[in-house]
Design a protein around this ligand. Structure first.
Ligand code: DAT
Ligand code: MG
Length: 149
C-alpha cells in the first residue's frame, strides 16, 4: 500500500469544497489515515514547495498557501500517488479533463484548489513535513476484500 499527501488549498476551503474532495477519495475506496485543518506558515509553505524555489510564482504561491486555512490529509491505497494525480487533473485547470477535480471545480492555475504529491518519494517527504507519527490513526477498512482482489 502507498500513502500520499493531499491538501485542500485556501481557495478550496473558502469555496466549501472540502466535502466534495473528501467524497471523491472516499468513493474511490481510499483510506483516510490522517487529517487536520490548519493555517500553515509561509515558512512551512516555502519548505513544502522548495522544488519550485526558482519559479517566478514561488513567492506568491507560498504567500497564498499560507493566507488561510488548508485541509491536510494522508490517504492510503494501491497506486495512490499516481491515481491521485489522475483524479486531480492537470496543474492548469484549463487543461484538465471534465471528471477530474480541477477539471470540474476550478478555472485558474493559481487557484487550482487541491494539492497532491507527484511522486512516491515526494509523498514521503511531504507526509513527514506535515504530520507527526502520533497523528496517524491505525484501523482496518472493513470492506477491503471488496476493493482489492
Ligand atoms: P501541481 O500542484 O499540479 O503539482 P506544481 O507542483 O508544478 O503543480 O506547482 C505547484 C502549484 O504552483 C500549482 O498547483 C499552482 C502553482 N503554479 C504552477 N505553475 C504555475 C504558473 N505557471 N503560474 C502560476 N502558478 C503556478
Ligand atoms: Mg506539485
Amino acid at each position: 500500500m502507498e500513502r500520499t499527501f493531499v491538501a485542500v488549498k485556501p481557495d478550496g476551503v473558502q469555496r466549501g469544497l472540502c466535502g466534495e474532495i473528501i467524497k471523491r477519495f472516499e468513493h474511490r475506496g481510499f483510506k483516510l489515515v490522517a487529517a487536520k485543518f490548519l493555517q500553515a506558515s509561509e515558512e512551512h509553505m516555502k519548505k513544502h514547495y522548495l522544488d519550485l524555489k526558482d519559479m517566478p510564482f514561488y513567492a506568491g504561491l507560498c504567500k497564498y498557501m499560507s493566507s488561510g486555512p488548508v485541509f491536510a490529509m494522508v490517504w492510503e491505497g494501491q497506486d495512490i500517488v499516481k491515481l491521485t494525480r489522475m483524479m486531480l487533473g492537470e496543474t492548469n485547470p484549463a487543461e484538465s479533463k471534465p471528471g477530474s477535480i480541477r477539471g470540474d471545480l476550478c478555472i485558474n492555475i493559481g487557484r487550482n484548489i487541491i494539492h497532491g504529491s507527484d511522486t512516491l518519494q515526494n509523498a514521503k517527504t511531504e507526509i513527514d513535513l506535515w504530520f507527526k507519527a502520533e497523528e496517524f490513526v491505525n484501523y482496518e477498512q472493513v470492506f477491503k476484500p471488496f476493493l482489492y482482489e
